[in-house]
Design a protein around this ligand. Structure first.
Ligand code: GLU
Length: 283
């Protein structure tokens, strides 16, 4: 069998201008594809209607092209695929693996405060205490019919049991997946039938990504993504996480810090080669 083509991607959210941390991430993914004679994709992760703006998506493409990168077209834009994510959620609901959660943040905080035990801390925050998991079907239907807003949460115990033991490869090394660290995580948000975890996993499979590269702050998410792949029968890529880039003050680059955005570096007269070097991935 011929070796599978390596497919990598850079998947930013258009919530601001790209900075040196993004440049590193994009160059890293691009380089791994190029070294393997593979393919490099760009995906715009814009499911958050409050934080994402089309002008930032346009700026992402402009800045990456200026940096010297090329990617396949068309670019996948997540907000154009909400119906796909909704279908996946419906399929999980039909199998009893997600349930509607009507709680507000305040409800959850109250429930946690009232509990005798300290909540488990997961990568996305304290575990959901499970209030709505216990609702009867007629209660659920009644509240939905009454127009109550709800999120869809993964029933982690059921999902993990349905999938069985799972493993994945990180930088070529075998790892055991422990998705339970997330608890009953939200897969469909109240404001949009989607979530980062669902969309990123769906799209990596839909686009045939074979090597997921991203910063190490997202490393724990891999455990949950591996579970979703198993539940949904999606192709399993390999992963490679890279260190987060930090400024001279030791703090991670932030979009609000204008001094490290590619736009400002370019306006200040830096060449693409100089910015690649500043990002930490020179030619
Ligand atoms: N869209 C995510 C972000 O901007 C990255 C997604 C990923 O690489 O898994 O942080």
């Amino acid at each position: 069998m011929p070796p599978a083509t390596v497919v990598t991607r850079f998947a930013p959210s258009p919530t601001g201008y790209l900075h040196l941390g993004h440049a590193f991430a994009a160059l890293f993914a691009h380089r791994l594809a190029a070294e393997a004679g593979g393919r490099f994709l760009l995906r715009i992760e814009d499911i958050d209607p409050l934080r994402c703006r089309p002008e930032f998506a346009a700026a992402i493409e402009e800045d990456l092209a200026w940096l010297g990168l090329a990617w396949e077209r068309p670019v996948r834009v997540q907000s154009e695929h909400l119906a796909d994510y909704r279908r996946v959620l419906e399929a999980l609901a039909a199998r009893g693996l997600v349930y509607p959660c009507f709680c507000t943040r305040a409800d959850i905080a109250r429930e946690i405060a009232a509990s005798a035990e300290a909540p488990h801390q997961g990568p996305d925050g304290p575990h959901y205490p499970g209030t709505c998991r216990a609702l009867r079907e007629d209660e659920r239907r009644g509240r939905i019919a009454a127009g109550a807003p709800y999120a869809l949460r993964l029933d982690m115990a059921r999902a993990a049991a349905a999938a069985g033991p799972l493993a994945f490869r990180e930088a070529g090394e075998p790892r055991v997946a422990t998705p339970e660290i997330f608890g009953d995580v939200v897969l469909g948000r109240k404001d949009t039938p989607a979530s980062y975890h669902l969309c990123v996993t769906h799209d990596d499979a839909a686009q045939g990504v074979t090597l997921v590269t991203r910063a190490e702050d997202l490393r724990p998410a891999t455990h949950l993504h591996r579970l979703l792949q198993a539940l949904l029968g999606w192709q399993v890529p390999q992963w490679r996480h890279h260190p987060l880039r930090v400024g001279p003050d030791g703090r991670r680059h932030a979009k609000r810090d204008r001094s490290v955005t590619l736009r400002d570096l370019r306006a200040a007269g830096h060449t693409p080669a100089a910015v690649r070097a500043l990002a930490g991935l020179p030619d």
